[in-house]
Design a protein around this ligand. Sequence first.
Ligand SMILES: Nc1nc2c(ncn2[C@@H]2O[C@H](COP(=O)(O)OP(=O)(O)O)[C@@H](O)[C@H]2O)c(=O)[nH]1
Ligand SMILES: [Mg+2]
Length: 392
Amino acid sequence: MFNRFKEKLAGFKEALSTKVMEKVSLAEEKLISKKDNNALPEAKGLPAASVEPAKASASTNNKAAKAAQKSAPLKSPAANGPAAADAAAKPKSRFSFFEKAKSLVFEQEVILDEKDLDEPMWALEMALLESDVALPVAEEIVKEVKAELVGAKKKIGADTGQLAEDALRKALVTLLSKNYLDFDEYVKNAQKPVKILFVGVNGTGKTTSIAKVAKYLMDHNYSVVLAAGDTFRAGAIEQLEVHGTNLGLKVVKHKTGGDPAAVIFDAIEYAKAHNKDIILGDTAGRLHTNINLMDQMRKIVRVTKPDLLIFVDEAIAGNDAVERARLFNESVPIGGTILTKTDADAKGGSAISIAYITGKPVLFLGVGQTYPDLVKFEPNWLVDRLMGEAEA
Ligand SMILES: Nc1nc2c(ncn2[C@@H]2O[C@H](COP(=O)(O)OP(=O)(O)O)[C@@H](O)[C@H]2O)c(=O)[nH]1
Ligand SMILES: [Mg+2]
């Protein structure tokens, strides 16, 4: 899942790491030249200072040492202790001076400014666009990541890739949380029976998703009835009936070629008469470019007045899915999206973009062909998979 996305991100991480390293070596050079200039007397003084007590403890005959020892009572009794210890560590102490200087550089914090981020941000935008993230969405993410990184203090030695990842993760979670809707809460609070209608292009996974959502709702103790509203495609009614049989659900149907609005209307009547909680209505697949079929969809919506209209599309369609969602939403106001086939999606762009572009939440992700292969949309779940370890 999303392996291409992970690959593309490597460019951004690398660009950021390179920039941080550049800044670090610049800071290092500055620090060293500063040390070279004003550290000379200091550098001379240090070994000299440590030489003296060294001699003092090494040779008790030395006059200076004796004088030092005589004057010792004037100082605190402990004063000789550290001096002696320093002396014993003389060769090491000289070494550790350079060690200390080095570690100063290592602890130097690098602050990234806007200009430093030009290249990494370009790399990020390219990575997002190549992963089929829609342009306005990519721009929004870049803006967020940049805001997160400008002024960020970076310590050399820490993982620069992590800095890049943390900033991007935060931006993605923020973006994906914007239109979040808790489907469970929605269903719980909605007046029953809840009328949910599924629309979208042919072959994207509408009927499969209806069966998955039915199973999901049954697992949450709701009673469900299915409406075979795809009266257009041969075999569509039978396909839904197979799911009905598998799940033990009533399927309300008419003949192929019948009026889809009438089928859904009947299912609503059935649900009311039998105290069912939820009606899941199938519809025929249609392209947003087909004026007649789009008109028909508007009619179905007008007549049946669904509480929730779900647009279904496949993640693997990338930008096409996002564009279709936008156009469907212009025709009939959708309440949310189910993005199917994310299990086969390498890029992740549509999952990132679709809610932002439509302004409507992603409700579920389809992750396979069996009933339990439905994941309730959670920003963190998705971001974990987008940013996590690539699978083999
Ligand atoms: N891998 C995968 N396949 C899916 C998923 N959802 C649906 N499919 C497959 O997509 C094909 C078309 O599904 P269908 O429900 O008939 O699409 P519809 O024409 O929109 O109703 C079927 O072979 C499904 O098994 C999914 O999340 N992952
Ligand atoms: Mg179908």
